[in-house]
Design a protein around this ligand. Structure first.
Ligand code: FES
Length: 287
């Protein structure tokens, strides 16, 4: 999974957490804004209401009788107040609180669903740009050879964490006798070899030295010739390699999923000596 997808997933998760926190706070606010608890509503509904009542039938009759005899004024009838009946929720539709709650839940569900779908697609989608640990296409062979020739003998691929250098064709017969080179012969026959940038001593990144045309480690001074064979310093072997293949289209692919252990000390298939001053001096001498 590429770093951009990871960043996308982290940002998506952060947005969802923020949405969840907002929803929780919002629901708490809505509940606290003058809303009656469920128990209070039920108690009110079940309580006997102490409402004033109108005159009884007997009193009305007596009043009519007295009125007919002209001895007393008629009793004014008082209509009893209508009992409050809670409105039917189905009839009044969705309240504001219900609307907010449902909208929050819907938004959160949609967000979680989108996040899950994006994660699923990102997991299954083939990575557009292969990264270290897999097969890395580092470009066309002609372009790489051209870069090597115009930039001092070395081609560097950060995505493959590798140096690519020319491998001389007249050294191939010797290379075929080196057991560590068994899987590298195909690349050598295409004219190149790939060195893992990690020093086999203690893991420092080994830079090229354009003056000597070797690789020279700045940490403890190990030195390797242009194809990674150990020349000096405390390293226990030559630089490690990766298998290189050149497709019919000319694309050079470095397989970084498998590190090929460097050749043993003393291996020297090219016979290349230092071609100028060293970049690192005092690095422990020859071994
Ligand atoms: S890490 Fe390179 S020489 Fe020690």
């Amino acid at each position: 999974m590429s770093s951009s997808v990871l960043i996308l997933l982290v940002v998506g998760g952060a947005v969802l957490l923020a949405l969840l926190a907002f929803t929780t706070v919002r629901r708490r606010d809505v509940r606290g804004a003058g809303a009656l608890s469920r128990e209070t509503v039920k108690r009110d509904r079940d309580a006997d209401l102490d409402l004033p009542t109108g005159p009884t039938g007997r009193e009305v009759e007596r009043a009519a009788h007295e009125s007919a005899r002209g001895s007393a004024p008629a009793i004014a009838t008082v209509a009893p107040p209508a009992l409050w009946v809670p409105p039917d929720r189905e009839e009044i539709g969705v309240s504001r609180r219900q609307f907010l709650n449902r909208a929050s839940v819907t938004l959160m569900s949609a967000g979680l669903g989108g996040f899950a779908a994006a994660s699923f697609v990102a997991f299954l989608w083939p990575t557009a740009a292969p990264v270290f640990g897999g097969k890395v296409n580092v470009g066309k062979l002609d372009d790489i050879l051209s870069t090597i020739d115009t930039s001092g003998g070395f081609f560097y691929s950060s995505s493959a964490r590798s140096w690519v250098t020319r491998y001389p064709s007249d050294a191939i017969p010797k290379a075929k006798g080196v057991s560590e080179y068994k899987d590298l012969i195909g690349g050598m026959e295409s004219g190149i070899i790939a060195q893992y940038q990690k020093c086999p001593h203690l893991g420092c990144r080994v830079p090229e030295c354009k003056s000597s045309q070797w690789f020279e480690c700045p940490c403890h001074g190990s030195q390797y010739n242009r194809v990674g064979e150990k020349k000096a310093g405390p390293a226990p072997r030559g630089m490690d390699h990766f298998v290189v293949t050149v497709g019919s289209s000319g694309d050079v692919v470095i397989d970084t999923s498998r590190v090929i252990t460097g050749a043993a000390i003393g291996t020297n298939t090219t016979g290349q000596e230092a071609e100028g001053p060293h970049c690192i001096t005092g690095g422990g001498g020859s071994h």
